[in-house]
Design a protein around this ligand. Structure first.
Ligand code: CU
Length: 491
């Protein structure tokens, strides 16, 4: 009894001194601190009475406004998918995604919401993942509470205290690689009453990509760790691929409409000089926060940051959305279009619109070819056939972790090139590919303690990929037969 009285007195004292702290800060900075501090405390006190399932949308679309709805318990259900998609015409890339798209599904919440977030890691995925939402007040933005292995799901919960537009991303090691592969998206926390209504709202997110080949080199392109470290991007794109917002995919609006763009930058490395050729932003929520700037030509969006830009379209034509670090736009893909239809207004623009627009051809939506895993009749392939098939298989699965030339990644993925562990025991290596591996191992005198998930491959495929691995990068030249794989599988 007395104990609890003391406790509550202590609590009062603590919050009182907090207030004092805020007040003394604000006396030299004009009250803004106190205002947001007070508001945050109020947000924490908002009661939620109802419960609803969040509408999640794929880019470039956003869920409908929260308008005047009350704060609610908002159920968010998000699935992580690792899948092959198209980076550009004839260029494929293995994307890791929140909800099957890059950027991931848009989440629209309101201040005071209690978000119950379930993250599902699809059983076909190869890696554990998690999520760090910048909208969360709490350790890691939820990262530690959301770490989830393939074939599992996990639920955590948080309350939205600060209105604004926030980035979310995966924060599983190697963090840079998870982000570079597309694991980011936006979560909007609307203020009381919602954002003012506009005619059109869209979701755009920039990202930089690092591939073994150069821009446009054909085929499946593996991630290149060294280029990522050097910040030497091959692709800088909006919405995950070259051409996601051009041609048939262009955004649209009509003359006289107001447009709001929710713009994020997933990075992992580059800062965006976001610009729309032929428009002036009437209003920009700088860095996605409360500060509103007006009449802006180009707004800076940091990696891991966002902005809300709003403008009215006055005349018809093609508005070109770019990163004004302009070689990125015309040579690396950071180019989209907003196609405005309607009547001319010669008072506002009298000239003829004539632009040399770089129009990368290319597909529409990221496709995910699902490979059929049909067991073939046992006809042992020749060594050169195995090498050819094995190389393809390696390039579509193993490389994502062990890297293109088997070099691995320090502290995360062991090397397969000149690997003593591999060369010492072929049955053990086959078993690892068939059944997966956890626990500490030592490869070339470096320790690894991570998770390799079982690879869902046929005997023929394992024989091919292991023959390829054993006959590449200075390994011992073992030819792996289907019979050997079968023996390990039936062990
Ligand atoms: Cu991840």
């Amino acid at each position: 009894m007395i104990d609890s009285q003391i406790k509550s007195k202590l609590k009062m004292f603590a919050s009182f001194s907090l207030l004092l702290g805020a007040a003394s800060l604000s006396s030299c900075s004009g009250g803004a601190n106190q205002e947001s501090e007070t508001r945050k405390m109020n947000s924490a006190d908002i009661k939620v009475v109802s419960e609803m399932k969040a509408e999640l949308t794929s880019p470039p679309f956003v869920p409908k406004s929260t308008a005047n709805r009350e704060a609610t318990k908002l159920i968010v259900d998000m699935e992580i998918l690792e899948q092959t998609g198209e980076m550009a015409d004839g260029v494929e890339y293995v994307y890791w995604t929140f909800g099957g798209t890059v950027p991931g599904s848009f989440i629209r919440t309101k201040v005071g919401d209690e978000v119950e977030f379930t993250l599902k890691n699809h059983p076909d995925n190869k890696l554990p993942h998690n999520i760090d939402l910048h909208a969360v007040n709490g350790p890691g933005g939820g990262a530690a509470s959301s770490f989830v292995a393939p074939g599992h799901e996990i639920t955590f919960s948080f309350k939205t205290l600060n209105p604004g537009l926030y980035v979310y991303h995966c924060a599983t090691a190697p963090v840079g690689m998870h982000i570079a592969n597309g694991m980011y998206g936006l979560i909007l926390v609307e203020p009381e009453g919602g954002l003012p209504p506009v005619d059109k709202e869209y979701y755009i997110m920039q990202g930089d990509f690092y591939t073994k080949g150069n821009f446009g080199d054909q085929g499946v392109q593996p991630f290149d760790m060294q280029k990522a470290i050097d910040e030497d991007a091959d692709y800088v794109v909006f919405n995950g691929k070259v051409g996601a917002l051009t041609g048939d995919n262009a955004l649209t609006a009509k003359v006289g409409e107001t447009v709001r763009l929710f713009v994020g930058n997933g990075g992992p490395n580059l800062v965006s000089s976001f610009h729309v050729i032929g428009e002036i932003f009437d209003r920009v929520h700088v860095e996605g926060g409360d500060l509103v700037n007006t009449n802006v030509q180009t707004t800076l969006i940091p990696a891991g940051g966002a902005a809300i830009v709003e403008f009215k379209v006055d005349v018809p034509g093609e508005l070109v959305i770019v990163d004004h670090s302009i070689f990125r736009a015309f040579n690396k893909g950071a180019l989209g279009m907003l196609s405005v239809s309607g009547d001319e207004n010669k008072k506002i623009f009298a000239g003829t619109i004539q632009e040399g627009i770089y129009l990368p051809e290319g597909g529409t939506i990221q496709s995910m070819p699902v490979e059929a895993k049909v067991d073939q009749p046992i006809v042992e392939l020749s060594k050169s056939e195995k090498m050819a098939n094995g190389k393809k298989l390696y390039g579509s699965t193993c490389f994502a972790c062990h890297q293109a030339n088997g070099e691995g990644i320090a502290n995360a993925f062991p090397p397969l090139a000149k690997a003593d562990y591999l060369n010492a025991d072929v049955s053990r290596a086959i078993e690892i590919v068939l059944r997966g591996k956890t626990g500490e191992i030592t490869v070339n005198s470096k320790k690894y303690n991570s998770v390799m998930t079982a690879q869902n491959l046929t005997d023929k495929e394992v024989a091919a990929v292991m023959t390829y691995v054993y006959n590449s990068w200075g390994n011992n030249g073992t030819e792996v037969t289907e019979e050997m794989v079968k023996k390990v599988r039936n062990k």
